[in-house]
Design a protein around this ligand. Sequence first.
Ligand SMILES: NC(=O)c1ccc[n+]([C@@H]2O[C@H](COP(=O)([O-])OP(=O)(O)OC[C@H]3O[C@@H](n4cnc5c(N)ncnc54)[C@H](OP(=O)(O)O)[C@@H]3O)[C@@H](O)[C@H]2O)c1
Length: 564
Amino acid sequence: MKTLELAPLSGKKLRVFLIRKAYDEPWLIHSPSSESESKISAIKRPSMAYCDMIKQIAESESPDFATDELGLRSLKEFREDSPVADVFSKLKIPFYAVEMDEVAHSYLSRSIKLKLEKRNEVLDGLRILSDEKITPSVQDKIDRLVAYGQYLHDELEEEIRQVQFGIRESWIAMGILNQAELLKKKRLTAFHLSSPRHFQGMMELLQSLEVDVVPISFKRILAEVPKEEMKGMTELTGVSSVSVVPVIKRPKTKLSDILFFLEADEHASPFDICVAYDAGFDVVVPYSGVSLNQIQDLVQDAIFSRGTKGVKHLCFFVGGRQVSVARQMADRIQKAMVKPFETAVIIDPHGAFSTAAAMVAKAEDALRKLNQGSLKSNIALILAGTGPVGESVAHLLSKSGALTVLTSRNIERAKEVANRASIEGNKVERVQSTSPEDIHELLEDANLIFAVGAPGIQLVSLEQLQSVLGTKILLDVNAVPPSGIESLTPIDDLRELIPENYGIGALTIGDLKLKVQRQMLQEARKNAQGIYDDETALDIARNILKEQREAISKPKLKIEVVTA
Ligand SMILES: NC(=O)c1ccc[n+]([C@@H]2O[C@H](COP(=O)([O-])OP(=O)(O)OC[C@H]3O[C@@H](n4cnc5c(N)ncnc54)[C@H](OP(=O)(O)O)[C@@H]3O)[C@@H](O)[C@H]2O)c1
């Protein structure tokens, strides 16, 4: 007989996608009480829509193995007579039955059977007494038998409940962990298909065993069957046509996820605070007017408060208007952390890193769509580039190898920003531009134009655009009218403004920026290590655009992630 032993995996991380089944897998600790109960398994089969859902989630998550309750099925039926087994087999995902050990089952079932027999004896006794003439002594016997019967019945129900839930779920959890133990990998992903009645119990049990559980329920949508398809079908089969939409719920971690939001300026940006909550942080604590020499105390005060595991539920975010100050602050935060009390640091000063990343990724995407080569083979012009967004765009372009020119109304300011943004070997050129003639000359040479001036300031007129030749990709980040580039509207997404001039507007950029910022925060919260800066933001932006391109060519099932 196998022994029931439950302990967290040692030296391994297991994530289980706990997928609710559409029905409770038939399983009994004692023989079926009625004929209909034993026949009911005929309708307890996964539908095609359910199998489709499993297939699509499996394709996107690539689990290392999958498990399902065996229930009353034989192993042969489990493997050969199950459409879900077919799905996993086609995807080459090992699929195992997990169930209470047979010997344990028969031992427990015997104990329950004995209690059942005793209770039935009492019921028989009561039936006999009810035929007798009711005298005080008969009534007394009845009362005592009723009380005994109630006691036995309650005990029986409690034992059945214990076996059906607590004990059976423990065996199932052990089956899942045992499969994970057999594999060599240190980080594993598994699917477990769970009867609805075990869903909550399995989630809590696996979490208590340090398994990262991603619960997946689904909504059943009854699809209307077109009349022509109904021909030859009974009404019943028509009704059973369902489509299944999964809903993933992430359980709350036991410790709250806290984001410490530090910045040198007067107040933390409400925009960034909202995005942080949307990214799943439970608490955001803003610290404004923070100076560099206050950072060590603040950081150490925070990291030592929750132990080495708890520190992974903290993150630091650096905002503020000045990019160079924000970088220094992030550097100080990292230095203040003492191993193993380390966690993630996100820098996005005034949202400039995520905005710049969105602009540069959109520019690259546009170059690809218009067959205009890479950033490296193009000349970029950053108009009014001395603000945080301009400086961040300049840094990313310098890193990508593009020939970059940055303008300002003031040459000293332009020099300072260009020096800070340049990486060795690819210096950002700086130019003072105060007249329409300057702009004309700069527009002539460039083919990527980034308008990053203050809100509501027009930097290029339509007339100026019409006076220059060649293919131009124009990105304008200003959403306050008038736009930075005349005739470009906020929702433009590579719209041809005039021949060979393609515009990308502030809302199109803003939409990507928001996704990038949220994802940066989400990843930092999840991974709780490393630095999330403009380069991380650019990687994320590129990935989002890549996924969008792929989604157009290959439609995917949408999985709605709901943070509980
Ligand atoms: N769409 C989005 O998702 C998003 C996100 C964040 C920011 N934004 C927008 O991005 C833009 C840049 O943001 P930011 O914070 O970096 O900008 P900023 O610092 O407010 O302004 C950038 C530069 O504009 C120039 N400027 C100011 N007034 C001017 C004027 N009257 N004429 C010509 N130039 C002028 C200044 O350069 P000089 O003084 O050196 O000439 C300034 O350094 C803003 O329009 C902002 O609203 C958009």
